[in-house]
Design a protein around this ligand. Structure first.
Ligand code: NDP
Ligand code: PYC
Length: 338
């Protein structure tokens, strides 16, 4: 039997939605969460595709997340909107806040959305890509749980702390990068463990501070930042801007809040949006053309743009269907109670 099953986007949305509803998530949250995990699978982001349903359901079952939380929006100032997710998943809070963020960035040139008290498990590219589709440049960041040692240290302190950026491009996919400030997302280590595969020895150290190729030992020890002190500095920036700056938890505080439940991290997120025409000193069209020249300078020498693999996967999924490993499908279907 072929070990891959293929789905249309609407079939995968429906499957994800059913799993979440069957585990007590409110319909509007289930719809919003299903959309991002199905999009992750469509774009071949295995660590943040439908595998995340397993983690979501575990978090729903251990009672940490509020499955029907009502996000509350506060219009703080002309350039700042806050959404309190009230201990629900982040997606609905983002949907609510991002509409206001777009209006504010259009009016003021730059605006921020602070999301507080959200359970956060998703990739950030769907968020910055949405803002780019509205003609804005965008930057998003969020902490997680303290799994990562600062460069030169051996004890977990930082989260895997992703940073995502998008730049709008007319008639093309936007320029987007989205990466953890750790050597790799923790989800990737978990996928290696599930597949019985070793990990590269520069991803993590074990509990004795020694490099390890064993995913289980890595998860008990500490993950490494990417690029040594550079990733470490960026990771601290994420802790500060999406933590104390917005009145929310750092990754170690999120871990303490978890009380050993093993739930999805709960903390804040910061999203910034920039309106290019308002920043331009005059000739915005020319500025955007110069941005295109920069991208051409990357691809013309044989390098690839970040997210190109993902966009290619998206187009392939649209033609061939979205690939789901059968073992993963079995594990996801098993989440629906009899
Ligand atoms: P990857 O290392 O897989 O990819 C990082 C980025 O670099 C992607 O935009 C990728 O594009 C790009 N890229 C990869 N290789 C190249 C290359 N050769 N040339 C140019 N660009 C390249 O990501 P991570 O493992 O660090 O993170 C994976 C996901 O996990 C992210 O979406 C992140 O948001 C999510 N995450 C979420 C967390 C949370 O708390 N919510 C915590 C940590 C991670 P492409 O995709 O096209 O390969
Ligand atoms: O893969 O590191 C990760 C992660 C943490 C929270 C959500 N994803």
């Amino acid at each position: 039997m072929d070990d891959i099953a293929y789905f249309s986007f609407s079939e995968l949305l429906d499957l994800s939605n059913r799993v979440l509803l069957a585990n007590g998530m409110a319909p509007d949250h289930a719809r919003a969460v299903a959309k991002v995990v199905a999009a992750g699978q469509r774009d071949d982001c295995q660590s943040h595709g439908i595998y995340r349903l397993i983690v979501c359901v575990n978090t729903l079952r251990n009672g940490k997340v509020v499955p029907d939380a009502r996000p509350e929006l506060t219009d703080v100032s002309p350039a700042l909107v806050r959404v309190n997710a009230n201990f629900g998943y982040s997606q609905l809070a983002f949907e609510m806040g991002s509409r206001v963020l777009v209006q504010k960035a259009r009016q003021t040139g730059i605006a921020a959305l602070a999301i507080n008290n959200c359970f956060h498990f998703s990739a950030l590219w769907p968020e910055v890509e949405f803002l780019a589709s509205e003609g804005l440049a965008a930057l998003a960041m969020t902490p997680s749980h303290s799994w990562v040692a600062p460069a030169g240290g051996t004890k977990p302190l930082f989260g895997t702390n992703p940073v995502a950026f998008a730049w709008p491009r007319t008639g093309r996919f936007p320029y987007v990068f989205d990466f953890a400030t750790s050597a790799v997302a923790r989800g990737d280590i978990e996928l290696h463990r599930r597949a019985g595969k070793q990990i590269p020895t520069d991803w993590a150290i074990d509990e004795n501070g020694k490099p390890t190729d064993d995913p289980t030992a890595a998860m008990r020890g500490a993950m490494m930042t990417f690029g040594g002190h550079k990733g470490s500095g960026l990771s601290a920036m994420v802790e500060l801007l999406a933590g104390p700056l917005i009145g929310d938890l750092t990754s170690s505080e999120s871990m303490a809040f978890d009380q050993g439940a093993g739930a999805t991290p709960c903390h804040g997120e910061l999203i910034l949006a920039f309106n290019p025409p308002m920043f331009s000193s005059g000739d915005s069209a020319n500025d955007l053309e110069r941005a295109e020249a920069l991208f051409a300078g990357i691809v013309d020498q044989g390098a690839r743009l970040p997210s190109q693999r993902r966009f290619d996967s998206r187009l392939r999924s649209e033609t061939n269907g979205i690939a789901v490993p059968r073992q993963l499908l079995k594990d996801v279907l098993a989440l629906i109670p009899e």
